[in-house]
Write a protein that binds this ligand. Structure first.
Ligand SMILES: CC(C)(COP(=O)(O)OP(=O)(O)OC[C@H]1O[C@@H](n2cnc3c(N)ncnc32)[C@H](O)[C@@H]1OP(=O)(O)O)[C@@H](O)C(=O)NCCC(=O)NCCS
Length: 181
């Protein structure tokens, strides 16, 4: 059975190794950036682990108080468990907790050619906000997507989340993103 938990600095090596297989070298954060994300940055990283505690996936989200939004920094799932709903579960957990903590929105950037990720985000209600020319390198354009979490947006905006949330409540050690909800 796979489980979800919050990452700590002890997970840095495993995250950097998995990242190496999931992203091109110029897009990977690398150990220094991950050390910052895990030890200093304001936010959270969720991990998916298998029975042997092997890392199967991760999602990192940072808080941006000035913009009243969370920013998804990165998301990856090990190829052996793709298309089993794990990325959707991690995102659903972050969305659910962000709503509870009264964040205004969640933002992320995605490569225009990453059709799988685009389908995933659109399924969860993220909407196009901005075209990002050469964002991932020369000729590699991206786009910024936003999921607004304002009260008016919540109604009818929970596709596929019910079962997902239930599953995560059973297995994840959820920590609120902000205390002043
Ligand atoms: C993108 C990624 C995170 C998706 O992880 P995943 O766990 O396989 O995704 P899920 O199983 O939760 O998929 C949920 C939905 O997203 C869509 N989706 C995911 N991967 C897809 C693919 N390769 N092709 C088409 N649709 C896809 C589907 O609609 C899917 O629902 P379905 O399987 O019921 O049809 C994973 O492929 C990955 O790690 N890729 C490499 C790193 C990366 O691109 N990260 C995203 C950076 S923005």
């Amino acid at each position: 059975m796979l489980t979800v938990r919050e990452a700590s600095l002890d997970d840095l090596g495993a995250i950097a190794r998995l990242e190496h297989y999931c992203f091109a070298p110029d897009l990977a954060f690398g150990r220094r950036r991950w050390r910052y994300l895990l030890a200093q940055a304001k936010g959270r990283t969720l991990l998916v682990l298998d029975e042997r505690k092997q890392l199967m996936g991760y999602l990192c989200a940072l808080e941006h108080k000035g913009w009243d939004r969370l920013v998804i920094q990165t998301l990856a799932i090990r190829w052996t468990i793709r298309r089993q709903g794990w990325a959707r579960r991690l995102l659903a957990q972050v969305i659910q907790d962000a709503r509870k903590a009264n964040w205004g929105a969640i933002r992320l950037e995605v490569d225009n050619t990453n059709e799988g990720a685009l389908a995933l985000y659109q399924q969860l209600g993220f909407q196009f906000q901005q075209h990002l020319t050469n964002y991932y390198g020369d000729g590699q354009h991206g786009q910024r997507l936003v999921l607004r979490l304002g009260r008016d947006d919540i109604v009818g905006r929970q596709p596929h989340l019910d079962g997902v949330s239930h599953h995560l409540n059973a297995s994840a050690n959820a920590i609120p993103l902000r205390d002043n909800a």
